[in-house]
Write a protein that binds this ligand. Structure first.
Ligand SMILES: CC(C)(COP(=O)(O)OP(=O)(O)OC[C@H]1O[C@@H](n2cnc3c(N)ncnc32)[C@H](O)[C@@H]1OP(=O)(O)O)[C@@H](O)C(=O)NCCC(=O)NCCS
Length: 178
């Protein structure tokens, strides 16, 4: 298994992984939404992605893109997906760690996401509400998934934690992420 930066020739397989991951990840919901989101994000300024490759097959993918807190740029994590038959073996975690390392190398101040707290806490993410930040996307999605305040999470990537602690204002990300 190799975790590495996404290359142009991985792109079709990477969106297929996201489609298949979410078909199984969310009971009965249409899976195409993640493909649409990744295609909207991947060519934007500040976007980058990692893939997991087993043999000649792409089996996992994580997308990162530009977000903002007030006027400060941050990096947004998501979507992340692993093919259903390969889930639960640490591949998602390895992809996320590789991407967060890259974001740190790029000098990003923080990473934000919408996700299950019990999964993302292991990477050091904590509720955005700890910093007084508000989830910009609470409510029920078109696919029937309920987004709660606690699903908005943040991780400090900066050596300068004082700057991180001062983050404030509205949280924004690419409109395709809603
Ligand atoms: C989420 C996902 C990317 C994780 O990748 P993975 O390779 O399966 O995960 P890992 O092997 O690194 O970690 C497994 C852990 O993740 C947990 N986990 C997986 N999906 C989860 C979810 N939606 N909510 C909470 N925990 C989850 C497992 O219960 C397991 O927990 P444990 O270590 O305490 O036993 C993958 O399961 C997936 O593609 N799921 C469907 C799509 C999805 O829901 N993406 C994330 C949206 S926030």
């Amino acid at each position: 298994l190799v975790i590495r930066a996404e290359r142009p020739q991985d792109r079709a397989a990477a969106v297929e992984v996201e489609r298949l991951a979410f078909w199984h990840g969310r009971d009965g919901s249409p899976a195409d939404d993640m493909r649409v989101i990744v295609e909207a994000l991947r060519d934007e300024d500040g976007s980058f992605a990692f893939v997991a490759q087993a043999g000649d097959r792409i089996i996992g993918h994580v997308q990162f893109s530009r977000g903002w807190i007030g006027s400060d740029p941050v990096v947004t994590l998501g979507p992340v997906g692993v093919l259903p038959e390969h889930q639960g073996r640490g591949i998602g975690s390895a992809l996320i760690r590789a991407g967060l390392d890259e974001a740190s190398r790029r000098g990003e101040l923080a990473a934000i996401l919408l996700g299950a707290p019990q999964y993302y806490m292991r990477f050091g993410f904590r509720p955005g509400s700890d910093l007084g930040l508000q989830n910009p996307a609470t409510g029920v999605t078109a696919t029937g998934f309920e987004i709660l305040e606690e699903h908005f999470m943040i991780l400090c990537l900066a050596a300068d934690s004082a700057r991180f602690a001062r983050l404030s204002g509205d949280v924004r990300w690419h409109p395709s992420l809603k």
